[in-house]
Ligand binder design. Structure first.
Ligand code: GDG
Length: 731
């Protein structure tokens, strides 16, 4: 039976060793809960770091740890102190984390830390590959493991790989500053499905893929040679029932109520309200900003003095990283200053806790607070906001949420604010504190319904369902792939045939694309290959292209091949050019100025003037801009095309305007009619070649270069594979 391997930087358990005594405690975090059923299913396992550096374990202890975590269906990746320092605290938390959260000034690019990041990703790959069987599924989590999908895919191509990023994916303008941006993107593209919390992160990622790797993106699919990679957004939920039921119990049974709850109750009344904030102590969470905004609030609305308290829980995090130490100092100072400024004998405006609290105390904080103030500067999702909502069993309470948190996209009934706009911030805080109960409940009801429906198990289920579907796409593609067996059949039929014909497109089929089309000249090897085929008896070789007659005359005029140029306007046979079509060209002077305005406004594009057509090339232009421009151009051309009997062809990074009654398929059928062939092979790479595939008789072998949708019977990966196939015809 196939299994699912979950992979994250840390295993979902805590290992503690005291006097050689080993204790394993399973974690109860959001991810562990969401993955519970996936992990428990069949022989599923979880791969990650145990939390104990290798140097701290002797042989015997190491064995014990391995066995103990194995019982929890986990497998540890051995990491040293140096690994942790350079890969985790270093590259992950000093380069990726700040950059992905738009804190460029905190971002440090260190070569040795990048090397460590690669090394540790390889260590993860090694452990996973040892556990893998053919057909298994791997689900990788988060920014510490961006290179892992590719490392696995390269060695185990039959593995279905999913990747989920828990933090934002930044806009292209930020991501492009990364020294190893190509490696990071290629690493991620090893996955079959890439998941993000929001559509914005998804589109930022796709934009970087298009601009940096220059790959084709079709809606949410990336085409990378013989693979299609799917990208989608899956907003992570929480274990709603767990939070809700815990809260219900705390409210019902007084025995369960903790000291913190009882103390908090002493300070709550209609006139005394609690505002809660909970975050890891991280500069992305906007803690100093929130304190300053609270100060401004007390100044702007002095009637709330002695009536409201901000209960601020900041959980220690990454305290070895200097920016986090600085943040801690800044927060301490700010809290001290503001409490010093406003406190009275009976009132302290901010209650500040710098520690982690047990789960049960967390629930008490949630159920005791009238307002949750969740105001990160940038946050992938933010689960605290969702947890607060889940615990409000009476549907009262107000959530103030930063627009910069991924959660804001699905929590419209919260009071959404821009945390940098202090007027917006404080006015909404005032609104929350004075909101009528009825309105609170109306908003809370909507929020709860959504969170209950799309909880963390649903999130995991949806992701895995979508991942499983990628296997189907793979099957469709595999069905058309030209396998060695089919290849042998074609070669065999070719050698047996009495009268054979080959229709070969040129650009993208026999040669790869160049930025300047004039540079894609044939080389000696290609001449030699085509010469040999052409000289064989009973063989007609036809190069059929959208290229103009003059170019082909220069490149092939001295050869004996048959040439069809300008998409089927001209035929070169027995050393002379014949017109297959008689076309007008007067429309060119009307269309050309239009195309020129597009060239002016779209850097990196140019016009190629052919005898019977005009081509607008955009291979080197910004793909996002081109998307809008091509739509615009199509609209502009629509009326002109109809009036002038023209057609617009969308080729590979080129739009071509030409007479509507000309195409390669029409040319092919004319030539084909002249003889009785018993073998036919047609190879082409783009949309214009589809006319030939359509026109070919059923016995013909039609082959498409590239793995996009086609009417051809077979598909090959690239020009290299075409040349390989053709070289077998020589024998
Ligand atoms: C990353 C992304 C994304 C907090 N204090 C205590 C405690 N917690 C729990 C909360 C919550 C979790 O920690 C924090 O989750 P967040 O989502 O708010 O933030 P990150 O840790 O930054 O997580 C984030 C998330 O990944 C998931 O994809 O939402 O954007 O940055 O569950 O309840 N738990 C206990 N004691 C505490 O003192 N027991």
């Amino acid at each position: 039976m196939h299994k699912t391997i979950i992979v994250s930087n840390r295993l979902p358990l805590q290992v503690s060793i005291k006097k050689d005594e080993l204790k394993i405690t399973p974690s109860v975090g959001g991810l562990a809960t969401g993955m519970k059923s996936v992990h428990a299913e069949g022989n599923g396992i979880w791969v990650g770091w145990s939390g104990i550096p290798e140097e701290d374990l002797d042989n015997e202890l190491s064995k014990k740890v391995t066995e103990a975590i194995q019982k929890e269906k986990c497998v540890a990746v051995p990491l040293t102190h140096q690994d942790i320092e350079e890969y985790y605290e270093g590259f992950s938390n000093r380069a990726l984390w700040p950059l992905f959260h738009y804190f460029m000034e905190y971002t440090k690019f260190e070569k040795n830390e990048w090397e460590a990041y690669k090394r540790v990703n390889e260590k993860f790959a090694e452990v996973i590959i040892n556990q893998l069987n053919d057909g298994d599924t791997v689900w990788i989590h988060d920014y510490q493991l961006l290179l892992l999908p590719q490392l696995i895919k390269e060695q185990k191509p039959n593995t279905t790989i999913g990747f989920f990023l828990h933090i934002p994916f930044p806009s292209y303008e930020i991501f492009r500053t990364f020294p190893w941006r190509k490696e990071i993107l290629s690493g991620m593209l090893g996955a079959d499905l890439l998941g993000f919390h929001t559509y914005d992160y998804e589109r930022h990622f796709l934009s970087s893929v298009k601009r940096i790797l220059r790959l084709d993106v079709n809606f949410n699919e990336i085409h990378d040679q013989d693979r299609i990679i799917k990208v989608d957004s899956f907003p992570m939920g929480i274990d709603y029932d767990k939070f809700h039921n815990f809260a219900l119990e705390h409210i019902k049974s007084p025995k369960e109520k903790s000291e913190i709850y009882q103390r908090l109750q002493e300070h709550i009344s209609d006139d005394n309200k609690l505002i809660l904030s909970i975050d890891r102590m991280d500069y992305t969470k906007g803690i100093p900003n929130r304190i300053k905004a609270f100060e401004y609030f007390l100044e702007k609305f002095p009637e709330f003095k002695e009536k409201v308290r901000l209960v601020m829980l900041a959980v220690p995090s990454r305290s070895n990283v200097p920016q986090y130490q600085k943040l801690k100092r800044e927060t301490d100072e700010l809290v001290g200053r503001i409490n010093g400024k406003f406190s009275t004998v009976s009132w302290t405006p901010i209650w500040y806790f710098y520690r982690a609290l047990p789960f049960s105390d967390l629930i008490d904080l949630y159920i005791s607070s009238d307002v949750a103030l969740i105001t990160p500067i940038r946050d992938g999702m933010n689960l605290v906001a969702k947890e607060y909502v889940a615990t409000r069993v009476n549907k009262d309470g107000v959530l103030i949420l930063s627009e910069m948190a991924g959660a804001s996209k699905e929590m419209n009934e919260a009071l959404l604010i821009n945390p940098n706009n202090f007027e917006d911030f404080t006015d909404n805080l005032e609104k929350a504190l004075t909101m009528p109960l009825e309105e609170q409940q109306k908003r809370m009801k909507f929020l709860q319904n959504r969170l209950k429906r799309y909880d963390v198990s649903k999130w995991a289920e949806e992701f895995l369902k979508s991942l499983a579907e990628t296997k189907k796409t793979k099957h469709v593609m595999v069905a058309k792939k030209l396998t060695p067996e089919y290849e042998q059949k074609i070669v065999g039929d070719y050698h047996k045939a009495k009268n054979r014909v080959l229709f070969l497109d040129y650009d993208g089929t026999l040669v790869g694309f160049k930025d300047d089309p004039q540079e894609a000249k044939p080389d000696d090897r290609l001449y030699e290959l085509l010469d040999t085929i052409q000289k064989q008896e009973n063989t007609t070789l036809i190069l059929i292209s959208g290229r103009d007659r003059d170019t082909f005359q220069r490149w092939f005029g001295h050869k004996n091949y048959n040439l069809v140029t300008d998409h089927g306007v001209w035929l070169f046979q027995n050393n002379e050019w014949l017109a297959l079509e008689h076309l007008k060209t007067d429309w060119m002077q009307r269309i050309r100025p239009i195309l020129e305005t597009f060239v002016d406004r779209t850097p990196g594009t140019f016009i190629e003037t052919k005898k019977y057509s005009l081509a607008w090339h955009y291979r080197m232009a910004d793909p996002e801009l081109v998307k809008t421009r091509t739509l615009e151009l199509n609209t502009v051309l629509t009326s002109m095309v109809a009036n002038n009997n023209l057609m617009v062809l969308k080729g590979n990074k080129v739009i071509e305007i030409k007479s509507s009654n000309v195409n390669k398929g029409r040319a092919m059928s004319r030539l084909n009619l002249q003889e009785n062939y018993d073998f036919m092979m047609v190879i082409g790479d783009d949309w214009t070649d589809e006319y030939m595939f359509e026109e070919a008789p059923t016995f013909g072998y039609t082959i498409k270069v590239g793995y996009t949708k086609t009417k051809a019977r077979y598909q090959v990966k690239d020009t290299k594979q075409v040349l390989q196939l053709l070289s077998q015809l020589k024998k």
